[in-house]
Design a protein around this ligand. Sequence first.
Ligand SMILES: O=C(O)C(=O)C[C@H](O)[C@H](O)COP(=O)(O)O
Length: 206
Amino acid sequence: MSEIDRIMCLSPVIPVLVVQDAAHARPIAEALVAGGLRVLEVTLRTEAALDVIAEMAKVEGAVVGAGTVLNEADLDASIEAGAEFIVSPGLTDGLAKAAIARRIPFLPGIANSSDIMRGLDLGLDRFKFFPAEASGGIKALKALSAPFGRIRFCPTGGIDLERAPQWLDLPSVRCVGGSWLVPPGVPDVAEIRQRATAAAKLATVR
Ligand SMILES: O=C(O)C(=O)C[C@H](O)[C@H](O)COP(=O)(O)O
């Protein structure tokens, strides 16, 4: 099992986090881990993101990665901040080769067969299916999985607690990603923990 595969198997849902203030990082990560979600994707969409990664990485049990990694500079900044894995919305040769060279678990986004074939050429076989609902949803991923039987996915984009079980039912799906766990603004840790607990339970219904 590859390292990225091991991470994808740790929990059924990867929270996609957009955190504006590094002071919110630890309470959010602690609430998610307490609810049973250990794998956390911190998007590089905010100025605080690298500090957020560094703070969350200190939380016991958390496996913290960087999301919205678009290029080699983002990759190196994320690794420097302590990211244990890298997620990208897309797949470019430049970023993929750099991530492989750094030996960091890498989950690039794909949305069609050509993307998957480019990934396979690079030696990759685990992908984020993004944007999952907008790219044709479950029907599209089922169709894509037919010629690519060995590939496993983390669908992300438009998925919530209600939609997640249907995605998780697909044999090609290891886990799903979603931003619904942590609403924007000052974190309500009780609410976040409750959402995480509900999401973590999806593992038992698989
Ligand atoms: O930022 C990135 O790197 C992305 O690839 C996009 C995010 O994963 C999705 O935007 C999350 O989708 P929602 O759960 O529908 O909010």
